[in-house]
Structure formats: structure tokens, C-alpha cells
Design a protein around this ligand. Structure first.
Ligand code: TYD
Length: 208
């Protein structure tokens, strides 16, 4: 993306790793310091994406793995083209819950699809767009499970997957971070939220 001047930050991690809390804290810090922030997410960060989110998260019954990967990629293509890229071109900060690393980790973790192919699909969908910084909130799935169990919220289709699936998701995120150390910052999501937020702020300060 040649004409962009904003900063694009994505948050990744398993369900229950505290992405939303950290996105809220970071958004507040950035807006308090005078920046314009676009808070968004995948799936569902656009109007079309909202419809796709409903299918991938709430459809009862199976979705063929390639169809599921294509639905996430379709959401991503439309979201990047209509929300993310215009905001970056306006010089704004895009703070985004989940991006293509989630597709590699979740759709790849089912063992049916090849992780490289899943990544290539998303890169095709977005004309190769990658964030400036990806914050990985790393947490062991057992702790995440306990957090989710205590939250007063029904599980969606992917949260209900078995424990070994979530272990593969975690391992996949860590492998992605190891492969791209400049883009990723790994955070220990078992720490208290304020310490995590402080670590994030010091890194983000270098980008704005
Ligand atoms: P999430 O964004 O965590 O929403 P909520 O906080 O409301 O539960 O849930 C999205 C789910 O979708 C999550 O389980 C991960 C999954 N997902 C994929 O499998 N592939 C993807 O490409 C993305 C973006 C999400």
C-alpha cells in the first residue's frame, strides 16, 4: 500500500485472551493524546462483513472448511478495501481486533487446510496488505477457558471447539510471531491488564 500514512495495529490471540480490554485501553490512550482512532474487527468490521460474521459464527451445522476460509477472506477483502485502507489514507490509526493471522491459526488448526494456502488466500483478498504492528496476547487455553466460563456470554461456534484445537491455535500464533518478529509483539496475557497495556503503549509510541 503505497499511499498510506496512518498506522495499522491488529490484536490477535485465542478467545478469552483479553484483546477487547487491551483494545479499549489503547484506544483511550491514543484518543486522549489527540489521535483519530478507527476501532474495528474481523469478522464483521463492515456492513457486508456483519452478514458474513453471522454466518461464520452462528450458523448451525457444519461449514465446509474451504467455504469457511473463503467467507473469512471475503469479509477481509471488503473490510480492507472499504474501512481499513481509506482510514489509513486519511492518516488515522486503525485498531483492529483480529486479521489474517486468525485465519491461519484457526482455519489452519483444523488440520484440513494448509496454513500457507490460507495465508495466501488472505493476501490475495487484500492485495498483500499487512499491519504495521500485531499484538499477540498469548495465553494458555486452560486459563482462557476459565475466563470464558466465568463470562456471562453464550459460546459461539469456534469457542466451543475442543481443547486440543485451541492448543493448536495458540501454537500457530506463536509460530507466526516467530516468523515475523518485526511485525509481532508477544504479550503474556496472564499478566494484569494494566501492565500489558503499559508494554503495548511503549511499543506503539515508536510508531505514532
Ligand atoms: P471474536 O472476534 O473473538 O469475537 P467475540 O469477541 O465477539 O467472540 O470471535 C471471532 C471468532 O472467529 C473467533 O473464535 C476466531 C474466529 N476467526 C476465525 O476462525 N478466522 C478468522 O479469520 C477470524 C478473523 C476469526
Amino acid at each position: 500500500m503505497s499511499s498510506r500514512s496512518g498506522v495499522w495495529i491488529t490484536l490477535e490471540g485465542g478467545d478469552g485472551s483479553g484483546k477487547t480490554t487491551q483494545a479499549e485501553l489503547l484506544e483511550k490512550w491514543l484518543t486522549d493524546s489527540g489521535h483519530t482512532v478507527v476501532r474495528t474487527r474481523e469478522p464483521g468490521g463492515s456492513e457486508v462483513g456483519h452478514l458474513i460474521r453471522d454466518i461464520v459464527l452462528h450458523h448451525r451445522g457444519d461449514i465446509a472448511p474451504r467455504a469457511e476460509a473463503l467467507l473469512y477472506a471475503a469479509d477481509r477483502a471488503h473490510h480492507v478495501a472499504t474501512v481499513v485502507r481509506p482510514a489509513l489514507e486519511r492518516g488515522e490509526i486503525v485498531l483492529q481486533d483480529r486479521y489474517l493471522d486468525s485465519s491461519v491459526a484457526y482455519q489452519g488448526a483444523g488440520r484440513v487446510l494448509d496454513a500457507t494456502e490460507v495465508r495466501e488466500l488472505s493476501l490475495w483478498a487484500t492485495e498483500g496488505s499487512l499491519p504495521d504492528l500485531t499484538l499477540l496476547l498469548d495465553l494458555d487455553p486452560a486459563t482462557a477457558r476459565t475466563r470464558l466460563d466465568s463470562a456471562d456470554k453464550p459460546f459461539d461456534r469456534l469457542e466451543s471447539e475442543k481443547a486440543d484445537f485451541h492448543t493448536r491455535v495458540r501454537d500457530s500464533f506463536l509460530a507466526l510471531a516467530a516468523a515475523e518478529p518485526e511485525r509481532f509483539m508477544i504479550l503474556d496475557a496472564a499478566q494484569d491488564p494494566e501492565s500489558i497495556a503499559a508494554g503495548i503503549r511503549s511499543r506503539v509510541a515508536t510508531l505514532i
